[in-house]
Write a new protein. Structure first.
Length: 220
């Protein structure tokens, strides 16, 4: 006996109505991951597991839509995934292919042909003095107009720790994948992105690509 007309649509609608949180495992999480991937937020495994990489993608979506940052997926998130993208370019005339880094919202957006194709949660410089491994300084991510000067694939270890798929844009400051990308500015000046995102980011961004850093980190 065949399923009634519209049954598949109803099933997906029911799945998309689910309330999800980190640690959940379900078909609803699989659907969430697919929709986040289709919108350029998620590049991890589509496996139905609400893991850390999935949470980072949800954070990016919440930031893009000015929603409360909590990792919970409810009606607001499902609605945002159904609606049109709300990315607001910071440098509309900055070039068709560029990277924009918003320090206030802790968000990175990659544009190709003036269209946002990747949006990621970041953790930028903590803007505090530090001393580590004999190196001391002030953990500031520089604001301004830059270009990618060099790339370093895979894991490398610098004086301040390990970095993955690094894209250097001013001196020793890079956009790179990290195992720790908290919900606040915590780096020594680099722009940390989730590991899964860094793999796709490295494929998209090359030497010479423009990098625009704007805004100020929020200090409550």
């Amino acid at each position: 006996m065949s399923a009634p007309a519209g049954a598949d649509t109803e099933t997906e609608t029911d799945t998309a109505a689910a309330v999800l949180k980190p640690g959940d495992r379900s078909e609803s999480v699989t659907l969430l991951q697919r929709r986040l991937h289709n919108r350029g937020y998620y590049y991890g495994k589509i496996n139905g597991v609400y893991d850390e990489q999935t949470m980072f993608a949800v954070w990016a979506l919440q930031k893009s839509n000015r929603l409360r940052l909590n990792g919970a997926v409810g009606p607001e998130i499902w609605t945002a995934l159904e609606g049109s993208a709300r990315n607001r370019p910071m440098v509309p005339n900055g070039g068709a292919n560029r990277v924009e880094i918003d320090l206030r919202d802790q968000l990175l957006t990659v544009y190709r042909h003036n269209r946002p194709v990747l949006v990621s949660h970041i953790s930028s410089g903590a803007e505090a003095p530090y001393c580590l491994n004999g190196h001391c300084g002030n953990a500031v991510t520089p604001v301004g107009d830059f270009r990618v000067t060099r790339r370093a694939p895979g894991w490398t270890t610098g004086p301040l720790g390990p970095m993955y798929n690094s894209l250097y844009f001013v001196g020793g400051v890079a956009i790179h994948g990290a195992t720790r990308v908290p919900g606040w500015p915590a780096s020594h000046g680099c722009v940390r992105v989730p590991l899964a995102v860094s793999k796709r980011l490295y494929e998209l961004v090359g030497v010479g690509d423009r990098v625009y850093v704007r805004g100020k980190i929020y200090k409550p």
